[in-house]
Design a protein around this ligand. Structure first.
Ligand SMILES: Cc1cc2nc3c(=O)[nH]c(=O)nc-3n(C[C@H](O)[C@H](O)[C@H](O)COP(=O)(O)O)c2cc1C
Ligand SMILES: O=C(O)C(=O)c1ccccc1
Length: 377
């Protein structure tokens, strides 16, 4: 696969250039849907700016000839600390959508998190990933039988973990999408897991005769669940033997509760600034949660990572692994080759930056590598 180049034959390296390419290529509604955040986009901006409020403090003369990015996560050895975020509706960016992203991730040994609202079924996405951990992200439908069916299907299709998204009781106030009258499901994208589900079909489309529009309306009615509570985690625990990660934790108390309710890991995340505007940046929430959890369960992190040093900062502040969303989706504008280019650039940047901190092995990073800008060590 040849690396994508820009119109003047130079390689596309900078994430800003990938973003610009997506903006030039995609219809306005689709680009705004991917790019934008909730409300005034205060949290969206804070997520990226938070990284500038922390300084890396490299140590010299340490022999960094052999750099090792490997980590262990949920009892699996991984070549890098990176995972791909669950992102729904990816055919609005490229016709191969999630299949291209998952293939690219698997080719690099990177775990891919399949969204409930994927444009291909969880089985079809699983089938393109070999020898790499597969996670299934669950939007807990407002119908327990459909929820149970999704989890059973994920187990049967070889997924290794369930990622329960807990910051989406309802969709955030997304002004650009409202202004564009854009909802990605209108195009039929994101319905695959429902239309291939025997329980959903039997309950909501028994005649099999619903139009796309009618199906979308049925799915919208049950997609999200405003009545979920912590007690339901116990129910989910009974439905599956897979590890359960809770995605979307910002409050320190919720980090503690996740441990108490038996979660196998958490993802510190504000959904990339797409849900509640004004929420603390994910990076600034991380050290407080990490201090509270004290290594009891793995902490994953997302929202705002754009470059290698961002990953180092998140890990120095307590993350065991990190997740990226928009960057790979911008790469997807050019299909699988674009995703692979974004990921390989990011990993080269990470490898270079890690060596320059004077830490040869990513698993040796600790809090001594970082301080609040301006603060003493
Ligand atoms: C276009 C788009 C669709 C998303 N869809 C989902 C989804 O289906 N499920 C989910 O849990 N999170 C979803 N997210 C949130 C991401 O999983 C992730 O938390 C976020 O993108 C991380 O921030 P970043 O984009 O700054 O890396 C979506 C994000 C984007 C940009
Ligand atoms: O766009 C999102 O961030 C997202 O998670 C979502 C989920 C369901 C419906 C629409 C969007």
């Amino acid at each position: 696969m040849t690396a994508p180049v820009s119109a003047d034959d130079r390689p596309i390296i900078r994430i800003e250039d990938w973003e610009a390419l997506a903006e030039q290529t995609l219809p306005k509604g689709a680009f705004d849907y991917v790019h934008s955040g909730a409300g005034a986009e205060e949290t969206l901006r804070k997520n990226e700016r938070a990284f500038q409020q922390w300084d890396l403090l490299p140590k010299i003369l340490t022999n960094v000839e052999n750099v090792n990015l490997g980590i262990n996560l949920l009892n699996r050895q991984l070549p890098t600390p990176l995972l791909l975020a669950p992102v729904g509706f990816q055919t609005v960016v490229h016709p191969e959508g999630e299949l291209a992203s998952a293939r690219s991730a698997a080719g690099l040994g990177i775990p891919y998190i399949t969204s409930t609202v994927s444009s291909f079924s969880l089985e079809d996405i699983s089938a393109v990933m070999e020898n790499v951990p597969r996670y299934f992200q669950l939007y807990w439908p407002n119908d327990e039988e459909v929820a149970a069916s999704f989890v059973t299907r994920a187990e049967a299709a070889g997924y290794d973990a369930i990622v329960l998204t807990v910051d989406t009781a309802l969709l955030g106030w997304r002004e650009k999408d409202l202004q564009n009258r854009y909802f990605p499901m209108q195009t039929g994208a994101g319905t695959a897991n429902f239309v291939t589900d025997p329980v959903f079909q039997q309950k909501y489309n028994p005649s099999g005769l619903l139009t796309q529009e009618e199906l979308t309306a049925e799915i919208k009615k049950i997609l999200l669940n405003q009545s979920l509570t912590w007690e339901k985690i116990a129910w989910l625990r009974q439905q599956t033997s897979l590890p359960i990660l809770l995605k979307g934790i910002i409050h320190t108390e919720d980090g503690k509760k996740a441990v108490a309710y038996g979660a196998d890991g958490i993802i510190v995340s504000n959904h990339g600034g797409r849900q509640l505007d004004g929420v603390r940046s994910s990076l600034n929430a991380l050290p407080f949660i990490s201090k509270e959890i004290q290594g009891e369960i793995p902490i994953l992190f997302d929202s705002g990572i754009r470059r290698g040093p961002d990953i180092l900062k998140a890990i120095a502040l307590g993350a065991d692994a990190v997740i990226i969303g928009r960057p790979y989706v911008y790469g997807l504008t050019l299909g699988q080759a674009g995703v692979t280019a974004v990921l390989t650039n990011l990993l080269h940047d990470l490898e270079t930056s890690l060596a320059l901190t004077g830490t040869a092995s990513l698993s040796d990073i600790d809090g001594s590598l970082i301080a609040r800008t301006g603060n003493s060590q």
